[in-house]
Design a protein around this ligand. Structure first.
Ligand code: PAN
Ligand code: ZN
Length: 190
């Protein structure tokens, strides 16, 4: 009988803190300077500290982008803050490859996931620790932090999904999430 070795894992994910530990992580940071025209009040965004980090994403890409059949994994952290009453949020996107779905799940903090289909119909749901969200293909998705602490959520998507930011840059979402008298409120944007 020959003995085979059992490998130690190289990648760790802490479900409580969102800490991803891997020899191969890709980190991207979005500063306020990189979010031109994302918030309704562009003048206020432009007048704020442009070096402020709004959100960052740590990703594990086990295969090259565009490869069919692979999976990507990421953890996003949105810092608390607002631009003229509108909560700090991700840019949001459709996937470039039509009909590629994604899972999001809440890890820490309080947020709202805003979705929009290709007809401009929007809906939103709270994203909180342990909540699980299936985002169907052809549905644009964005997350806003409605709390006073960092909002952390995980994501898993197909390696050939790609990101289409252009449609959202041109038209935005049909709803916006704003603080109205201390309450997160979804309002029509179009
Ligand atoms: C997520 C998002 C991440 C950042 O990993 O890419 O939360 O949001 P934006 O990409 O809209 O800036 C995901 O949805 N991947 O497909
Ligand atoms: Zn996505």
């Amino acid at each position: 009988m020959s003995e085979r070795s059992i490998k130690e894992p190289e990648i760790f994910f802490d479900n409580q803190t969102g800490q991803l530990t891997s020899p191969v992580i890709t980190v991207s940071k979005k500063l306020l300077s990189g979010l031109e025209n994302v918030f309704k009040n562009e003048a206020v965004r432009a007048s704020m500290d442009q070096e402020q980090v709004v959100y960052e994403v740590e990703c594990y890409f086990p295969v090259e982008e565009g490869k069919k059949g692979g999976l990507f994994w990421g953890v996003s952290r949105i810092y608390p803050g607002k631009v003229a009453g509108e909560y700090f949020m991700t840019r949001g996107h459709f996937h470039s490859e039509s009909d590629t779905a994604e899972f999001y799940w809440g890890i820490a903090g309080k947020g709202v996931l805003v979705c929009m289909d290709t007809n401009g119909q929007s809906w939103a749901e709270y994203l909180k620790p342990n909540s699980l969200h299936y985002i169907a293909g052809n549905v644009a998705h964005r997350v806003a932090n409605i709390g006073n602490e960092s909002l952390i959520f995980g994501a898993c998507w197909l390696s050939d999904a790609g990101h289409d930011y252009a449609s959202i840059e041109q038209n935005g979402f049909s709803v916006r999430l704003v603080d109205l008298n201390g309450k997160p409120t979804l309002i029509e944007a179009w």
